[in-house]
Design a protein around this ligand. Sequence first.
Ligand code: HEC
Ligand code: HEC
Length: 397
Amino acid sequence: MRPWEWAATLIASHALFACGSAASTAVDDDAELTRLERIGKLAFFDGALSEPAGTSCSSCHDPALAFSGNNRSDTGVALGSDGVSLGLRNTPSAMYAAFAPEFSFALIDGESTPVGGQFLDGRAARLEDQARLPFFQPNEMNNAGDAALAAKIANSAYAPLLTEEFGAAVLSDPSRTVDAVASAIAAFERTKRFSPFTSKYDAFIAGNAVLTAQESRGLELFTDTEKGNCAACHVVNPKSANPRDSLFTDFTYDNLGVPRNPRIPANADPGFFALGLCGPKRPPVDDPSLCGAFKVPTLRNVSRKVAFMHNGYFSSLRDVVAFYVTRDTDPARWYPNGRKFDDLPARYQGNVNVEEVPYDRKSGEAPRLDDAEIDAIVAFLATLDDRYGTAAAASGK
Ligand code: HEC
Ligand code: HEC
């Protein structure tokens, strides 16, 4: 058996637990994976690693949804392995996450600015640190601790691969076992399965595809500093043939005043607020003007997501783009209770960015983009879906 066939068999033997799409995507890149990456892949799709069994990383980071999704929940936020617990956040795509630098305060334009990190509040420095955490979150994979998880890993079909990679001792210390699996998952997340750069946009900058008139107009509006100005944060460089110059994020943080999502159980308490860089999922940063700021996400594959923004308030990509330009000209459309920036306590409402294009308008002024221009940007965003030209792309998977 060639190595990739063997790995496919392992996945098939776990198909009972793995999410439906795992089997269909199991083999497409295995031949190129190192042993460490292969272990990571098997663990990523392993539904036996949750409590109760049935939830893997891929349940929320579904390859059919560009490694995003909320484990079948339509609330905008992720559903845990217990089948009832909802978290606070909409699952980001794990694609291109490997490009985030470690979290730091960098000097940008003379200002100390938070940049990078994993999670929408940057609380995990690297993919290795990130990968350890969901296993133990009660509302995610719900393991009691290292020992409980290590026992499941020791029982897995890839335990022999782990000892080959790390030595027999790796299975004798639960904390080492979990670290080893986390490092394998991180290695898998750094493979080109997660960062393929195979979108129509990538073909376009390489000179191998032509954008339609509408897509091309969308790109112009996306970069025009008087219109969408999206590229100010969602960085793009169409003049560079290197797709790494177009990650569609600069990994900085901003406060957009996204409306409160009433479907999040924690929000039943009117005094509860998720403030990104100011917690509650991380120790607050020192600067209160950053309370309510979340990481700029990449827009690659964004049209495949089921929900948008950190709290999953939006389920339509067009609404997101319309929100950007009409948040201030027509606030009643987005804040039905009449309270603008209702997902922030009064003392932090002044942190919302109201100065930068496109959200620098006042009530009654014309939005920066009209309806046709919004449509053009949405059409352009669809060119950021990977696997351009394949059957997967055509079916939207
Ligand atoms: C129950 C759903 C769920 C499961 C299971 C899950 N995740 Fe996540 N993942 C999320 C959510 C929600 C976030 C955002 C959380 C936040 O920002 O606080 C996230 C964030 C991430 C990020 C950060 C991406 C970024 O752009 O910052 C990575 C990487 C990631 N998860 C990988 C994994 C891995 C690896 C596993 C398995 C060990 C896993 N996830 C299991 C829901 C899930
Ligand atoms: C000043 C920085 C900035 C500008 C300008 C900006 N964005 Fe964003 N964008 C962000 C941040 C920060 C988030 C995440 C906010 C959150 O979740 O609270 C975001 C989120 C998004 C999302 C949701 C992605 C997801 O995975 O949920 C989309 C879509 C998006 N932006 C598109 C655009 C478009 C289109 C424009 C131009 C019309 C634009 N952005 C301009 C900073 C910016």
